[in-house]
Write a protein that binds this ligand. Structure first.
Ligand code: NAD
Length: 499
């Protein structure tokens, strides 16, 4: 069967070599569906379709207000089809249905935010210092965008790119993770159904090395926006550099969760569990490094271990389950090796460190894991586990807390827990991360920029800067009273007053 799940130039099509891929639910291994496995050729065709749609101007030439009102319709349609989308996301990722439902609400909110923002950013006038000059800045679409997304929040991460790209007037080719294609297919259905001109939105499914590398190197692509791992981000940045494409990179994190002794103990503990174990830690901003003040560390960590040991694992439709499986066998092997290496390097395993047993053996479950007695430089402190693993460090002063919080080559997010508002603000200011939560963990807002310092990435998604990523600023300078400058004399002209 040649599954027609690629969307190129407004047409649903199979892969050029008729290749397919089976998608299995990571919670129980059940077959979810069979989709087309795109080829390099398919990726190239999709880029050309996006290019010709962009150049034709049917979308890129629309007014920002018209584009904005289209995005608002997308948001409304996503709300109507929320259940179907949430179910598809859950089957691909294995995450709890309620989590997918929250994601779908967030996606609709994102389209709504950029829909409203689209019409507000119509350029600005610049004072050129003369009444005879009109000087203005226009924001134009950057052009053809490759949007490459990961598997942990498949449609949410894609929406953070699709919504501003469309708001700006760009055309795009989307490549979701090969593991989680179904909600991207549904999204293309919605865009088509609502009348987006052919070729503006294209979808090519397939793996990174085949499809992704074409999308990051093709000469007709103007911008590559990528969310995924650090090593892939480096490959993409290098590939895009050959033709000086713009790049937006949302990479990993090794995020500190700093708890002072004067914090609200119960709230900090509850949120430390959320920070580390929501979606089994497969969250770029997971609070994977608990950094706790020494005077409360023993009590806090004992409680954390006790509570982590109680977390109920289970499939997406199991009403008792509090978190789900890892995405794949390969990823579980990676998390396993990471914890084992940490222990070999001297970390102490306080709980977890093993696969789920019994019914859980059908899926890729890994038990919530706490490691303490970790020291700077250990691989468990340096690398991203991207699983349900939290390490514990302790501090005795505010300065030491900040130093530990910044002891990472990443810089995505972090949290400070304290009832001292001044101390919290000082520490928030000193931390070199793109988002800092004070007395909270994980919330983000579509109107607030998201992205990383250091090797967590380049650029920002969401907020006005998230739209600007998809725009080029053009300066148009009009002299309404042109004069001869006389800079270069006309040496052949007859001298003034001569015969
Ligand atoms: P990944 O880097 O393995 O893959 C991400 C995407 O890149 C996939 O679509 C994949 O097919 C594609 N890809 C792989 N190799 C490629 C290549 N050579 N050229 C082009 N594309 C290629 O990441 P993942 O395992 O899917 O996702 C987990 C990672 O994503 C974690 O590191 C996590 O921190 C990060 N992430 C970051 C954010 C953020 O906002 N900063 C959000 C979610 C996930």
């Amino acid at each position: 069967m040649n599954a027609s799940t690629l969307f190129i130039g407004g047409t649903w099509t199979g892969a050029s070599d008729a290749g397919t891929r089976d998608i299995h639910c990571p919670a129980d291994g059940e077959l979810v569906g069979t989709v087309a496995e795109g080829t390099a050729d398919d990726a190239g065709r999709a880029v050309l379709a996006a290019r010709s749609a962009f150049d034709a101007g049917e979308w890129s030439g629309k007014s920002p207000l018209e584009r904005g009102s289209f995005l608002l319709k997308v948001a409304a349609r996503l709300r109507e089809r929320k259940d179907e989308f949430a179910r598809a996301e859950t089957l691909d990722t294995g995450k709890r249905l309620v989590e997918s439902e929250i994601d779908m609400d967030d996606i609709a909110n994102c389209f709504e935010y950029f829909g409203k923002l689209a019409g507000q950013e119509s350029g600005r006038l610049v004072d050129a210092g003369s009444p005879m000059v009109v000087s203005r800045i226009e924001y134009e679409p950057v052009g053809v965008c490759s949007l490459i997304a990961p598997w942990n929040y498949p449609l949410l991460q894609a929406a953070w790119k699709i919504a501003p790209a469309l708001a700006a007037g760009c055309s795009f080719v989307l490549k979701p993770s090969e593991l989680t294609p179904h909600t991207s297919i549904l999204m293309m259905e919605v865009l088509q159904e609502l009348g987006l001109p052919d070729g503006v939105a294209n979808l090519v499914l397939g793996d990174g090395k085949t499809v992704g590398s074409v999308l990051s190197s093709h000469p007709d692509v103007d911008l590559v926006s990528f969310t995924g791992g650090l090593e892939t981000g480096k490959v993409i940045a290098a590939s895009a550099a050959a033709s000086v494409k713009k790049v937006a990179l949302e990479l990993g994190g090794k995020n500190p969760n700093i708890v002072f002794a004067d914090a609200d103990f119960d709230a900090a503990l509850d949120n430390a569990l959320n920070a580390a174990f929501v979606h089994s830690g497969q969250v770029c901003s997971a609070g994977a490094r608990l950094i706790v003040e020494e005077s409360i560390a023993e009590k806090f960590v004992d409680e954390l271990v006790r509570r982590a040991g109680q977390i109920r694992l289970g499939g997406p439709f199991d009403a008792d389950a509090e978190t789900g499986p890892l995405i794949s066998a390969a990823h579980r092997d990676k998390v396993t090796a990471y914890v084992d290496k940490g222990v070999a390097e001297g970390a102490r395993l306080r709980c977890g460190g093993a696969w789920g047993t019994g019914d859980l053996e059908k899926g890729f479950y890994y038990l919530p894991t706490v490691l303490d007695q970790v020291t700077s430089g250990m691989s468990v402190l340096v690398d991203e586990a991207f699983g349900p693993v939290v390490t514990v460090e302790t501090f005795t002063s505010e300065a030491e807390a900040v130093k530990l919080g910044n002891d990472t080559h990443y810089g995505l997010a972090g949290a400070v827990w304290s009832q001292d508002a001044g101390k919290s603000q000082r520490v928030a200011r000193a931390l070199r991360h793109g988002t800092i939560w004070i007395n909270d963990f994980h919330p983000y807002l579509p109107q607030a920029e998201w992205g990383g310092f250091g090797q967590s990435g380049v650029g920002r998604e969401l907020g006005p800067t998230g739209l600007a990523e998809y725009q080029e600023a053009k300066h148009v300078y009009q002299n309404i009273d042109p004069q001869v400058t006389g800079w270069f004399a006309d040496h052949a002209a007859a001298p003034a007053g001569g015969n």
